[in-house]
Design a binder for this molecule. Structure first.
Ligand code: BG6
Length: 489
């Protein structure tokens, strides 16, 4: 096999999200976010994390008036808020070229509907982005990574309300202006399709609201309008900005060549994957979704003016997270856990400890599918392996060869997609350079990092940082532009 390498411009680095690592949930005027209301369940069932992820009316009521023993790990993250310099220095030492993080919306607008921003919040990100630049790291900023201010949910009902579009674009404008000389790469929303598959995180809706499917598609439309307006505002502030749409990469195959399975998978791909890019990158609502809404009697408030905004302000690139793949069959099949939803089991693939099926070749397939459809660069915004790890003493180095293997195989496929298939790809940010709180389960036990953080599910520990074996490995990959990916073990 040819030993392909990354170009010097290729943006290779790591990704995190504010609500999973910042902490400082009530410091310097920050407001409550929807993520701050997610509790950790010590009786967590790993085989059913998607039920765990759901936010019901009862769970919300409990979180707003919690019994003493309830733990909210996302409020404390790994305390990056008070460790930012040390952590960014470690990312610099790792030679990361790009660092994807989010700006916590309620840190800038505590309630979301104020007209004036919280200066202390803006100053925090001044320091973070300046330090990145000092370390030679390009920041890539997500404006909303499951961190909608809770007040917007309480008062306006979340993203099903069109009022959120204005609040969001106001927030976007403030931060675009403030960081226009520090940040070039942006993503208005993390996994914009989560509004359908993880309604609390993606849209601030409760899973047991009435007519939830209609409400989540209305929220989805409002998010598309906000996304397009953010593109427009961003470009008017700095025309060199690169602003991309990002989805949760729902890579699936038909279970086999039975024509009905192929057709089912096609329909699932349209609704779960292409729809979001068709609108945000292509600029149009495709017929298959209109027909789906007709069948389901889903009626939405979509104006001609909004359709024009969407058409005229498309995204510069297609970003997606990629952890796993699944299969579809019209016949009964075994289901396994996956990112945001369950999928059918693929007999050819192994799974991680949470049941997510590991499929490096699927990354190459999906890169091709998305690039071919829109002819705009792709960006792999997240990819990584969650694993249970425990450091027994402070001199131990976690030997995470399983993670190295996972990342190596995916990066090889990425290089093949670029060099043998001609896919244009701007960059790759692994999830995560440092252990953070799991989004789906709020546990610390599901560790993805190349740096170990001494902290348990209940927030106990020294929070000291220790390099795992993968730290030096990734540094070497970056320094050699990926040449070492092809070394025999
Ligand atoms: C992505 C999210 O869907 O998956 C991240 O954008 C999240 O926020 C990642 O952490 C991995 O999921 P989890 O549930 O294992 O943390």
């Amino acid at each position: 096999m040819k030993k392909y390498k990354f170009t010097k411009e290729f943006l290779l680095g790591g990704a995190v999200a504010a609500h999973q690592f910042e902490g400082g949930w009530d410091q310097d005027g920050k407001g409550l976010s929807i993520a701050d209301l997610r509790r950790y369940n010590p009786n967590l069932n790993r085989k059913d994390i998607n039920t765990e992820r759901a936010m019901t009316k009862a769970k919300l009521a409990e979180a707003l008036n919690p019994p003493k023993d309830l733990v909210f790990p996302k409020r404390h993250g790994i305390d990056f808020y008070n460790n930012w310099k040390q952590d960014i220095n470690m990312f610099g030492e790792m030679k990361m070229k790009i660092f994807r993080t989010s700006i916590s919306w309620p840190r800038i607008f505590p309630n979301g509907d104020e007209t004036k921003p919280n200066e202390a919040g803006l100053e925090f990100y001044d320091k973070v982005f300046k330090e990145c630049k000092e370390q030679g790291i390009e920041p890539l900023v997500t404006l909303s990574h499951y961190e909608t201010p809770y007040h917007l949910v309480e008062k306006y009902g979340g993203w099903k309300s069109k009022e959120l579009i204005n609040f969001f674009t106001n927030f976007a404008e403030v931060v675009f202006k403030r960081y226009k000389n520090l940040v070039k790469y942006w993503m208005p929303f993390n996994e914009i399709n989560a509004a359908i598959y993880s309604v609390w995180a993606g849209a601030g809706l409760k899973d047991d609201e009435e007519n939830i499917e209609t409400k989540s598609y209305q929220a989805m439309h409002n998010l598309f309008v906000a996304n397009a307006l953010a593109n427009k505002i961003g470009k008017s502030i700095n025309q060199d900005f690169k602003i991309g749409c990002m989805i949760a990469g729902m890579m699936t195959y038909p279970f086999d060549c039975k024509p009905e399975n192929v057709l089912l998978n096609l329909h699932q791909e349209q609704r779960r994957k292409y729809f979001y890019f068709d609108v945000a990158v292509g600029g149009y609502y495709p017929n298959y979704i209109k027909k789906y809404w007709e069948r389901k009697n889903i009626k939405l408030d979509i104006t001609t003016e909004e359709l024009e905004i969407i058409k005229n302000n498309t995204s510069d690139f297609s970003g997606f997270s990629y952890y796993m793949s699944g299969v579809y069959s019209v016949d009964e099949q075994e289901l396994v856990e996956g990112n945001l939803i369950k999928f059918g089991k693929n007999p050819y693939l192994d799974s991680n400890q949470w049941g997510w099926q590991i499929d490096p070749v699927g990354l190459r397939v999906m890169m091709n599918q998305i690039y071919d459809r829109y002819q705009k660069p792709v960006f792999i915004a997240e990819n990584g392996l969650g694993f249970v790890e425990e450091m027994k003493n402070s001199s131990e180095i976690i030997q995470d060869d399983y993670r190295i293997e996972y990342l190596k195989k995916h990066l090889q496929q990425l290089l093949l997609a670029i060099n043998e298939d001609g896919v244009e790809c701007l960059g790759y940010t692994l999830w995560t350079p440092i252990d953070v709180i799991s989004h789906g389960t709020s546990e610390m036990t599901k560790r993805y990092g190349l740096i170990y953080v001494d902290q348990d599910d209940f927030g106990n520990g020294t929070r000291k940082r220790y390099k795992k074996k993968s730290f030096a490995w990734f540094k070497n990959v970056i320094e050699t532009l990926g040449e070492t990916l092809w070394d025999e073990d």
